[in-house]
Design a protein around this ligand. Structure first.
Ligand SMILES: [Zn+2]
Length: 313
């Protein structure tokens, strides 16, 4: 088995930050905030967050905030709850949450909760359990979880639970690993994991491991490095991660590295990108791969960052 090409991945992430005019960065422009979260969290897990200019990043993030309190994916782009969580997470990485007007961000998120407990992603109203997770995670990081109707938020997520133990994006929606992470993560943060049938869900999640060792998002689909994160984090939160073959997942992720130029792809020999590089490294961190900082499975931030927020050290 190969090893993690950590230095190459650091170089890859830093080079993506600098390339602002090529196709990938233009195509990614509207979600640059998410890209910043993926890239910078990867650097932190690798112990290299100090290779970026903190002040530059913080001032760019704050220039993406709107009057409503929400953040856009880049300067001049509409606010959305997706980018708002990424902005808060990146500020948390740098221990800079104090630059935020916390009430303003809180009011924005609170305004997106609907009567049935669900959350919309923005003023246009699309509803998805992803947005429930984001709202809950974001408010918890800001110590403002009490500002939403937690009971209704839990109730809505539970209403999206399926017979197979998994969760979908709305009631009756098909179970999917990404959606399961969001629902399990939100329930974990709200102290409501007792609503989950851990053995049933654990079984469904373990069946996501294919022969090659990687994990898929749904039955019959190809394995993909990003599902290492969605599936493993969920299994850890419900205490069933020992049900899968960890060594084989590690090997699959390492096989998806570009060992020459850095970066990790979805499957071996595909083109690398920041998204899969983050989920690959984060997945290895969950598997306690040597040399990586541990990551919190519910907040998707390094454990030391989460501890600083909740324990103050
Ligand atoms: Zn993927």
């Amino acid at each position: 088995m190969g090893e993690l090409a950590a230095d190459k991945h650091v170089k890859f992430i830093l080079s993506v930050e600098k390339r602002k005019d090529d196709f990938e960065s233009v195509a990614m422009e509207h979600l640059r905030m998410n890209g910043a979260y993926w890239g910078l969290t990867t650097l932190d897990l690798l112990g290299k967050l100090d290779s970026v200019d903190l002040h530059e990043v913080v001032s760019w993030i704050m220039s993406c905030q709107h009057e409503s309190g929400g953040f856009g994916g880049n300067v001049g782009h509409d606010p959305h709850i997706l980018y708002t969580l990424s902005a808060v997470q990146v500020l948390a990485l740098f221990d800079k949450l104090d630059v935020l007007d916390v009430d303003k961000v809180t009011n924005y998120i609170v305004s997106l909760q609907n009567e049935d407990g669900s959350f919309s992603g923005d003023i246009w109203g699309e509803i998805d359990t992803r947005f429930s997770y984001i709202a809950v995670c974001c408010l918890s990081l800001l110590h403002r979880l009490d500002k939403i109707d937690v009971e209704k938020a839990v109730h809505y997520i539970v209403s999206c639970k399926n017979m197979d133990g998994g969760f979908g994006c709305t009631p009756g929606g098909e179970s999917h690993s990404g959606q399961i992470f969001c629902c399990v993560g939100a329930l974990a943060i709200m102290g409501s994991l007792h609503h989950i049938d851990k053995d049933l869900l654990g079984w469904w999640l373990c069946e996501r491991q294919v022969k090659a060792g990687g994990l898929n998002g749904r039955p019959e689909k190809l394995p993909d490095v990003c599902y290492s994160w969605w599936v493993l984090s969920s299994l850890i939160m419900i205490d069933r991660v020992h049900w899968i073959n960890k060594e084989k997942v590690v090997k699959f992720i390492l096989d998806c590295q570009d060992t020459e130029n850095g970066g990790i792809s979805d499957r071996p020999d595909d083109a690398v990108d920041v998204y899969h590089t983050y989920f690959g490294v984060a997945g290895l961190s969950l598997l306690e791969y040597p040399g990586l900082k541990p990551i919190d499975p519910a907040y998707a931030l390094p454990v030391d960052v989460v501890n600083k927020i909740f324990i103050g050290k």
